[in-house]
Write a protein that binds this ligand. Structure first.
Ligand code: DHE
Length: 694
């Protein structure tokens, strides 16, 4: 009906057009620069009207359109020469829609965008459903007509200015804000602020300065306008932005509220002092009242601590019997769990910066202490060193925060915080001040009293010596921007960390305290902690999968035994799709396991694949883990004989909230399912986490 309506209106427009004299219609000469104002043209066609239509439709968010201020988006096709491109498409048969002329094609592209999917969107394959079909309804007939005439005549136009930031998706720098700042009611503002924190800050930053996702400051968002931003939020992008609307997390109205919120200056979040942290600190069971030996007959070293993301809990599951021993309330949307050096304590960090300490020696493990150290956190680690320089077993813990940007050291058994270290500093390469350098992964050295702390935005790896933690010494190693997650090589001398948006892996030599190498990878490496295995040709390697490309790489990690392969990508194994978050193996296993959790195709999102270490040129086998949800994250049991995979479901859909599927690693056969868990994501086996087995 909608399409019919548009075409009737168009027909009326075209008839009118035919009745007019040639002098009244004007072919647009696109202004020479992207910011030059078009001259209004009297009569039916007006550049002013066309520009208004592009602004109203938010077209600049996704397209390059010469002469349209801010139109340098790369999510959709480049429209610089769309008239001649379409003509060629129509002439050569490279088009499958129903239009016969360039005008019809352009009308169809606006009113029914999925009738034909253009092949190239900023160097990537264009996606169905990305261009909002409601666009035509928001334009008047004259605006639609003006936009079509403008586009049709573009071969003569000058090219639009490319984004100044090196081409990050949908982002332009140096734009001055366009148009009115949209208003939000107090209620909408409060909703958007909270939702931004929960869903968006992780990738775009609390101050919206950008990291895994592009910056979203008003100078960049206002030129895109509410419709353009809302379309991206609703439909997602090929570059990894989730389709929040299509997934059902946000309604159309909510995406518009969020789009408006993004055009307003970000509210500055509060700081957090040691005194405030201490106010939140609670010890439920003092150290002296805790068990002096394990109270349970279960093998607690084979427990799995499983994040139940949307329940704000972790489940403690017996790795031998697959029974849920207990569930413990923890912080909001728990991110990860790490174990103390003895394995007795589990440290569970929530996105809200709340740290819970669980004693696994109790008959029924429970929380013995908790504290809030940030408003937004992702990482926690413990002191693992025992040697000539002292015994730091189960002594300290450290939490890394996204906001405020700092890390906090505390007593490992009570969680009493005692030292905050701010990470606000200067980018390693341009030495520019960054107000929000977030703490990404933290790893404890097994050989020195040190933590490797990765500062995402400044690209610095800080080696923090905790021998005297109140007066810590910190060595800052220049590595690469956007440091995210990573793990040890098999010898635990080299730390391999993904600089995700830089498409690189940085190798840190923890023994000598220096950057050993930077290795180029496919788009957006995301290893979790990675996978160490022996390649039949290249010897010891460490592997990562990628968010942006369907590929697993193997990087040589043995400079002494295999110098020719060291710190080089020696294998690039194709996967059926991109969107992978995690990869895993075990020294006893013949397989490497990999997921594709964030792939936009729901079938691939719930599929896992394995690669045979003996024949690592290609994937050995892939299969669906369930008929709903997303397959995410792997963990082995203590014996290295089982692999556990989470099916990340929807907390609001009974029967599909999520489960864990357990496979026999030797045969790849399913052994059992632990059903009806609420959105299980990460799983951490006590033994494997203590000894960094991956
Ligand atoms: Fe994570 C690890 C940050 C989204 C599940 N995640 C990490 C680490 C960081 C991080 C810095 C490394 C911790 C360490 O080793 O010390 N994660 C972020 C984000 O900033 C991001 C991209 C966006 C966000 O808003 O948080 C993000 N992460 C997710 C998810 O959506 C996942 C799948 C589910 C969730 O919790 O929301 C998720 N991240 C995990 C897991 C690990 C992790 C399971 C630990 C992997 C391991 O085996 O060590």
């Amino acid at each position: 009906m909608k399409i019919l309506k548009v075409f009737i209106l168009l027909l009326a427009g075209l008839l009118l057009l035919g009745a007019c004299t040639a002098a009244q219609t004007t072919t647009p000469a696109a202004p020479a620069t992207a910011t030059e104002k078009a001259t209004p043209v009297p009569g039916l066609y007006s550049q002013e009207l066309a520009l208004e239509a592009f602004k109203k439709g938010g077209c600049s968010a996704c397209h390059i359109i010469p002469g349209v201020p801010g139109a340098a988006g790369v999510l959709g096709p480049d429209l610089s020469q769309i008239g001649s491109v379409v003509k060629e498409r129509l002439d050569t048969g490279g088009y499958s829609g129903s239009a016969k002329t360039v005008e019809d094609y352009l009308h169809e592209a606006i009113a029914n965008p999925d009738a034909f999917i253009a092949p190239d969107c900023g160097g990537k394959t264009c996606q169905k459903g990305l261009m909002p079909a409601s666009l035509a309804d928001s334009l008047t007939t004259q605006e639609l007509e003006a936009a079509v005439t403008y586009l049709k005549s573009l071969p003569e136009g000058a090219a639009a200015a490319p984004p100044e930031n090196g081409g990050k998706e949908g982002e332009e720098k140096g734009q001055t804000p366009q148009g009115e700042t949209p208003g939000l009611s107090d209620e909408e503002f409060a909703w958007a602020k909270q939702t931004y924190f929960e869903r968006c800050a992780g990738c775009h930053g609390t101050l919206r300065k950008g990291a895994t996702g592009p910056a979203l400051t008003p100078d960049l968002t206002q030129p895109k306008g509410t419709p353009g931003l809302a379309a991206i939020i609703f439909n997602g992008t090929t570059g990894g932005m989730p389709d929040w609307g299509k997934q059902g997390f946000l309604t159309q109205e909510q995406t518009e509220s969020m789009a408006k919120f993004l055009q307003i200056d970000p509210p500055t979040p509060p700081e957090l002092s040691l005194a405030q942290m201490k106010k939140s600190w609670k010890v439920f069971i003092p150290v002296e009242q805790r068990p002096s030996k394990p109270e349970t007959t279960r093998d607690w070293e084979n427990y799995f601590i499983v994040t139940l993301r949307d329940a704000g809990q972790v489940a403690i599951i017996d790795g031998d019997t697959h029974e849920v021993v207990t569930s413990v309330d923890s912080g909001y949307a728990v991110h990860i769990t790490r174990m103390s050096a003895t394995g007795r304590y589990a440290y569970v960090i929530g996105r809200d910066g709340k740290l819970a300490l669980i004693d696994l020696w109790m008959e029924k493990p429970d929380k013995v202490a908790e504290v809030q150290l940030c408003y937004d956190a992702r990482s926690v680690e413990v002191s693992k060193y025992k040697g000539d320089l002292g015994d730091f077993t189960d002594k300290y813990a450290v939490v890394g925060c996204y906001w405020p940007p700092h890390f906090v050291m505390m007593d490992g058994q009570t969680l009493e915080p005692f030292k905050i270290v701010s990470t606000r500093s200067y980018t390693y390469d341009t030495e520019e001040y960054h107000p929000e350098p977030r703490v990404a992964s933290i790893l404890a050295s097994h050989f020195k009293p040190e933590w490797i702390i990765n500062i995402k935005e400044t690209g610095l790896v800080w080696i923090v010596n905790y021998t005297d933690p109140v007066n810590p010494t910190i060595k800052m190693i220049e590595a690469e921007r956007f440091l995210h997650d990573g793990g040890w090589d098999s010898t635990k001398r080299y730390f391999m960390v993904a600089a995700n948006q830089s498409n690189r892996v940085a190798v840190i030599d923890a023994e000598e305290g220096k950057l050993e190498a930077l290795v180029d990878t496919p788009a957006i490496p995301h290893p979790g902690r990675g996978a160490n295995w022996i390649d039949p040709e290249f010897g010891p390697v460490w592997s990562t999968s990628h968010l942006g490309e369907g590929a697993i790489v193997a990087i040589g990690t043995d400079p002494a035994g295999h110098p020719e392969s060291a710190w080089k990508v020696v294998r690039d194994i194709p996967l059926p799709g991109a969107g992978s978050l995690f990869i895993k193996t075990h020294p006893k296993s013949k397989w490497i396991w990999v997921d594709m959790t964030l792939n936009p195709d729901p079938v691939l999102a719930r599929t896992v694949c394995v690669i045979d270490k003996e024949k690592p040129d290609e994937v050995y086998k892939c299969w669906e883990t369930a008929d709903y949800g997303r397959a995410v994250h792997f963990e082995y049991n203590k014996q290295g004989t089982e692999v556990w995979v989470s099916v990340w479901g929807d907390a609001s859909k009974p029967g599909q909230t999520g489960e864990i599927v357990i496979y026999d690693d030797a045969t790849l056969q399913e052994k059992s399912r632990i059903k009806d868990l609420v959105t299980p994501t990460g799983k951490f086996n006590v033994y494997n986490t203590v000894f960094d087995i991956y």
